[in-house]
Ligand binder design. Structure first.
Ligand SMILES: Cc1cc2nc3c(=O)[nH]c(=O)nc-3n(C[C@H](O)[C@H](O)[C@H](O)COP(=O)(O)O)c2cc1C
Length: 372
């Protein structure tokens, strides 16, 4: 029998995305391990003080000499260490807060990282983990996208702090290594921005030299990051998809639900019009583009769905419109051969979006109309 220890962090209960994903993981894990056990450590319901002096004294002294203050300071950590020791697989579900893990999860780590219990230090100063032979899965929910090539890629602490070589101990990256990675990320960022502008002005067949010059990098750098032109086109498309999906969250925070929806649909329409120029190359059958349709669907559908649901809930949009149908309808209007850059697509999309209000009853506006 093996035990899965599920460590939940988000305080958002049923609204939490990381918890919902972890529940899916647990369901699948249970179906493939029917006799096995799941133990839940819910940090949102765990009284977890930050480690302070009694904890430090207790953790670094002989338990025989501990008084009630040290015993109490260490108690919750010892309970959680026992859970870690008894489990075979750890599942951590956590939000990203301010480009890092939430303080509650850091407090958890501070409690369970204990010399002699969960790690030791060899004579030559190497750190060695003591709870060996375990598996760990981490599910992280964030509002923004940090995928490779996205504008915020450099803030992805999951990737940028990952040790290059996995071994039994801990192998931190050197500062030089981090700097090289940061430079590389800046180059990719500049290249993608330049490529987007050059593709828009000169088409996707524009000379690579033009893109390299605009980005301020050597031509070798372009080929190092994007060996084929199709790799560059795919990365630019992916980045555009991310920007469009991310705009949904920003618009939802800044506008009333219908307005946010209308603005986002126009944003999406503008993206489709740009994509029209890329249609030939995107449908060329090049394997670099294989994953793009799924990525498009995976990022844009939930973005629209969230805005649509909010507008329906606010009584500002009819409730029988499917998000997928709307995406397809807008794309069909924008792909029309009659779209000649005169703003026709924008006008047709505006009429379509206005029609979403058909059949709704006006609801009273609350004062202080802006949403959080
Ligand atoms: C205090 C706070 C800080 C946040 N910081 C970030 C952030 O730096 N980057 C980000 O992408 N999302 C950030 N978010 C958004 C959350 O990561 C996002 O809403 C996520 O879905 C929360 O996880 P949950 O749904 O499991 O609660 C932040 C949210 C809060 C409440």
């Amino acid at each position: 029998m093996s035990t899965l220890l599920k460590i939940d962090v988000s305080p958002r209960g049923d609204a939490s995305l990381s918890r919902a994903l972890a529940d899916v993981f647990v369901d699948r894990w249970r179906s493939s391990h029917p006799d096995n056990k799941v133990v839940v450590r819910d940090l949102a319901n765990t009284e977890l003080p930050f480690v302070e002096m009694p904890w430090i004294i207790g953790a670094n002294s002989d338990p025989g000499g501990h008084g009630p203050v040290e015993q109490q300071a260490l108690a919750i950590g010892e309970e959680m260490i026992a859970e870690l020791a008894n489990a075979d697989h750890y599942l951590v579900s956590t939000p990203m807060y301010n480009f890092a893990i939430p303080a509650k999860l850091k407090a958890y780590i501070d409690h369970v990282v204990r010399l002699g219990k969960t790690f030791s230090v060899t004579e030559d100063g190497q750190y060695v983990g003591l709870l060996t032979g375990k598996k760990a899965t981490v599910i992280l929910a964030s509002l923004g996208s940090y995928s490779p090539g996205s504008p915020a890629e450099g803030y992805d602490f999951v990737v940028s702090d990952k040790p290059e070589k996995q071994n039994d101990g801990i192998e931190p990256q050197s500062s030089t290594h981090r700097r090289v990675r940061a430079d590389a990320r800046r180059n990719v960022d500049a290249l993608l921005q330049a490529a987007k502008a050059v593709f828009a002005s000169s088409g996707v067949d524009a000379p690579v030299r033009e893109i390299a010059e605009k980005a301020g990098v050597g031509i070798g750098t372009v080929y190092r990051h994007f060996p084929e032109r199709s790799d560059l086109v795919a990365a630019v498309s992916r980045r555009e998809i991310d920007a469009c999906a991310d705009a949904a969250q920003i618009l939802a925070a800044e506008h009333e639900p219908f307005e946010a929806l209308a603005k986002w649909v126009q944003r999406y329409a503008a993206f489709i019009v740009t994509k029209r120029g890329l249609a030939k190359v995107l449908h060329s059958g090049d394997p670099a583009f294989d994953t793009l349709p799924a990525y498009f669907d995976q990022r844009l559908r939930p973005a629209l769905l969230t805005l649509l649901k909010a507008a329906v809930a606010a009584g500002q949009v009819r409730g029988d419109v499917d998000a997928n149908d709307l995406l397809v309808a807008v794309a069909s209007l924008c792909m029309s051969a009659h779209n000649d850059g005169s703003g026709l697509a924008e006008r047709m999309v505006a009429v379509l979006v206005d029609g979403l209000r058909y059949g709704t009853k006006p609801v009273a506006r609350r004062s202080g109309a802006r949403r959080q």
